[in-house]
Design a protein around this ligand. Structure first.
Ligand SMILES: Nc1ncnc2c1ncn2[C@@H]1O[C@H](COP(=O)(O)OP(=O)(O)OP(=O)(O)O)[C@@H](O)[C@H]1O
Length: 807
């Protein structure tokens, strides 16, 4: 029932895929194209004869419509007959006047395009036509304003007439004429460079910069538009009555939420960096500097009009997202907070405060999944610090652990006392994934973490965080938290859009995901396991991610894109040439479980590449999540803290640990079992983490793993560590597994080319290079000759086999 909701939005991708399939049907194209061409021919004939016979046909057209349509004795003179006359009347007179002829042009052009004729700048033609229709209809409506009464023809059509009358009433005849003239002029200047040059020469002293707006500029600005924020799921179960007859009155409005979404706008500095040169140049010589910039863009870009948008999901077009049934509802685990519990807690709070001579004027309860927030308004004159100091006394009187006092609650003017519920609720991943907020999220990397104190789904966009440090004592819900993050992403992102790098020195937590290797995992070439456990491989992988990051930056630079979103948008609209190395970039999320173990064994060798990724990788779509159960300062160092602004703290043993993670106490007062504090920027939110059990994750992974995947995991660039043998020291006793095959290929082709070996065996450049060095050491090929292929020293396969046998 409720699952249906999920299906509708989740299957968006799926249904668009189907639609596209239907739309791509060749026969459908042919029929539609022919229809549009015939229709435009018919309209042309009808429109033209309407100009000649429209007046004569008016009387018949004025007849009641039944008579007009069904009385075959009444005939019109229009060559398109009654339908032609009617269409002409409705489109020309009832619509946009003589400008409506352009509709014919648009229909014909569309027909030809659908039939497969390549039409350069099709979209531009359509846009131009629409603009001209509006402008011309308005202008003709304005000019022929008076003639409407005695002529059958409205040259500006109904809309031109109405709109021009309205504008005239606003700005008068002269104002209106000026507006039309200026709009026309701006259009001509923007569209036609020659006209612009001409006008510029004409008015040499006062050149106008504005009209030369680079179409790319619009594009560049787009990412800075605020993304639509998700709707908040309605919740009516937030506040609860404490008791009418109590000494202190309870307030029960639903909470306004100042969720995390206040965060992150795109950094303005980047805009400045990009736009500055244009402004500086504009001061000197207005137009000259803008032109070459456009040309520079074109070097890397290909003509977009000819091709349909690239669809990265096409390789796995039939991929099905995991369904909601794979997740448990955990409903039976849930318990309501009883009215008596609320009243009892309230009374104890009030009594304890009274005991210390603190009067309060209001108290309100907001029931969360695991804790209830009692918000109090102290009587005037009471010092807040006094209440804060009573934390332990209130905890004692309520005989409960995990009491936290927030004094004051930012932006509310109240003091919050968080009290754990006697029977905490399990927030199921099921309920979170099903929430409207998650389903309708438009975030790049949406993660639904759990529920806030006011029972709202707590979500964030990992792309904006951009890296997360997760810490907490053992057994408090850290691994579940990491699984929740991964699961959220699996429910929302297609394998083509997201890749994970899993690093798990303990070899237990993340191994569960190895079955989705060919869908979602990234690994080094030539490695067996996609979930990395070996410390040397961890180093190599992190360095390889660094190389990938640098390569992505190079591509972004060549594409004049500021971030991955902008780059992929350009790539999808086929404005980047794959032959120049451009490719669709999936997001890469690096997850390191038990970070402490790594730092203890490898120290700086691990910390430095992590810090570099954390500092730089955001713009190129590489994000990191590191988890540790040892939140000490030698693990969470200053370098790590500085680069991981978003932190998630599960319950920790001491206040010092809490400070190490969050820079503030609080995590030591949590109650465990997924109770957590999320710090993002200066805001700290208490959230009950969703619960996803290992069998649920296994089911999701099996669901994905059983589907067709890519031939291999996503291959990261090859990285050769310093301690691995370089090309100089070749040990023929330790030959590459592909040595014999590579030798045969080289001899058969009589070509000693590294890239041929690379291509033939689908291996990285470094490995192919090493193979070539070994072939040289074995005397099969000659020494390197720069960019030329090496000389092959063995002329036939027989000699080669003999040589191989003797090695
Ligand atoms: N969000 C949650 N809701 C309810 N129970 C939870 C939640 N998270 C964890 N738990 C309970 O706590 C137990 C331990 O959780 P988890 O394995 O995630 O701890 P951990 O911090 O990763 O421990 P370790 O560091 O030893 O791996 C779970 O088996 C589960 O019973």
């Amino acid at each position: 029932m409720a699952f249906r909701q999920k299906k509708s939005s989740k299957s968006k991708t799926k249904s668009t895929g189907k639609k596209k399939f239907w739309f791509r049907n060749e026969k459908f194209h042919f029929i539609l194209g022919i229809f549009l061409l015939s229709f435009s021919a018919f309209l042309l004939i009808s429109f033209v004869s309407f100009l000649f016979y429209g007046a004569a046909d008016q009387s018949i057209m004025d007849a009641p419509w039944k008579e007009f349509l069904f009385d075959s004795s009444k005939n019109v003179r229009n060559s398109g007959m009654k339908v032609g006359a009617l269409l002409s009347e409705k489109i020309i007179n009832g619509g946009f006047g003589l400008a409506s002829f352009l509709f014919i042009y648009m229909a014909a052009l569309t027909g030809l395009k659908i039939l497969g004729r390549s039409i350069a700048r099709y979209r531009q033609h359509m846009l131009d036509s629409l603009l001209i229709i509006i402008w011309l209809s308005l202008t003709l409506g304005f000019i022929f304003n008076k003639t409407g009464a005695d002529s059958f023809l409205y040259p500006g059509g109904h809309y031109g007439f109405i709109l021009s009358n309205w504008l005239r009433s606003l700005v008068g005849i002269i104002g209106m004429a000026l507006i039309l003239l200026i709009i026309g002029l701006v259009y001509v200047v923007v569209r036609f460079d020659k006209a612009y040059e001409f006008l510029k020469n004409l008015l040499k002293q006062k050149p106008k910069q504005k009209p030369l707006a680079d179409p790319e500029e619009d594009d560049d600005l787009e990412p800075f538009e605020e993304e639509k924020e998700d709707e908040i799921v309605g919740h009516d179960d937030i506040s609860t009555v404490i008791g009418e007859d109590d000494v202190v009155r309870a307030i029960f409005e639903p909470d306004g939420d100042e969720d995390f979404e206040v965060e992150q706008k795109e950094e303005p500095e980047e805009v400045v960096a990009e736009e500055e040169p244009v402004e500086v140049e504009a001061e000197e010589e207005l137009s000259l500097h803008v032109e070459p910039k456009v040309k520079e863009e074109e070097v890397d870009e290909i003509e977009p009009e000819e091709l349909e948008d690239y669809d990265p999901t096409l390789d796995l077009a039939s991929y099905k997202f995991p369904t909601l049934e794979l997740l448990e509802d955990h409903k039976f685990d849930n318990a309501e907070v009883k009215q008596e519990e609320l009243v009892a807690n309230k009374n104890k709070i009030v009594e304890t405060l009274r005991h210390y001579k603190i009067e309060i004027t209001k108290i309100r309860a907001t029931i969360g999944p695991t804790i209830t927030l009692y918000e109090i308004v102290p009587a005037p004159g009471v010092r807040i610090s006094k209440i804060k100091n009573l934390e332990d006394d209130i905890a004692l009187s309520l005989s409960a652990l995990g009491i936290r006092i927030i004094a004051p609650i930012p932006g509310r003017g109240t003091i919050g006392i968080e009290v754990p519920n006697q029977h905490p609720e399990v927030v199921s991943m099921h309920s979170i994934v099903r929430s409207k907020k998650f389903q309708e999220s438009t975030a790049e990397l949406p993660v639904a973490m759990g529920k806030t104190i006011s029972n709202e789904t707590y979500m964030f966009d990992l792309a904006k965080m951009p890296h997360i440090l997760v810490a907490g004592a053992t057994g408090q819900g850290k691994s579940v938290g990491v699984n929740v993050i991964i699961t959220s992403l699996l429910y929302k992102k297609h394998p083509s859009q997201l890749k994970f790098v899993f690093i798990d020195p303990k070899k237990v937590e993340l191994n569960i995901y190895s079955v989705i290797e060919k869908h979602y995992l990234a690994k080094l070439p030539d490695t067996e396991e996609a979930v990395i456990t070996d410390i040397q491989k961890v180093k190599n992988t992190l360095n390889s991610v660094n190389i990938e990051m640098d390569a992505r930056y190079d591509l972004l630079k060549a594409a004049h894109a500021r971030n991955i979103k902008e780059y992929n948008k350009k790539f999808i609209s086929r404005r980047l040439n794959p032959e120049k190395g451009h490719k669709f970039m999936p997001y890469i999320v690096v997850i390191i479980d038990e970070f402490a173990d790594l730092i203890m064994t490898a120290g700086k060798e691990i910390e430095l590449p992590i810090a570099r990724i954390a500092q730089l990788a955001r713009a190129v779509g590489i994000h990191m999540i590191i988890a540790t159960q040892r939140p000490s300062t030698n693990i969470i160092t200053g370098v790590i803290k500085a680069n991981f602004p978003a932190r998630i703290a599960f319950k920790v043993a001491s206040m010092i640990d809490s400070r190490t993670i969050l820079d503030t106490p609080g995590a030591n007062q949590l109650i465990g079992k997924g109770d957590m504090l999320i710090a993002s920027g200066s805001e700290i939110t208490r959230v009950q983490c969703a619960f996803v059990d290992t069998p649920e994750v296994e089911k999701i992974c099996a669901f994905i793993g059983d589907q067709r995947g890519y031939p291999t995991a996503f291959l990261l660039p090859e990285y050769v560590g310093d301690d691995e043998p370089g090309p100089g020291d070749v040990d023929l006793n330790n030959r590459d597994d592909l040595f014999d095959d590579a030798a045969r290929v080289v001899v058969m082709n009589q070509m000693g080319s590294t890239s041929m070996i690379q291509r033939r065996f689908a291996i990285g450049y470094n490995r192919a290079g090493r193979l070539m060095d070994q072939l040289e050491a074995a005397g099969i090929v000659g020494p390197s000759e720069g960019s030329k292929a090496r000389q092959v020293l063995i002329s036939d396969e027989y000699s080669l086999e003999q040589l191989l046998n003797n090695l």
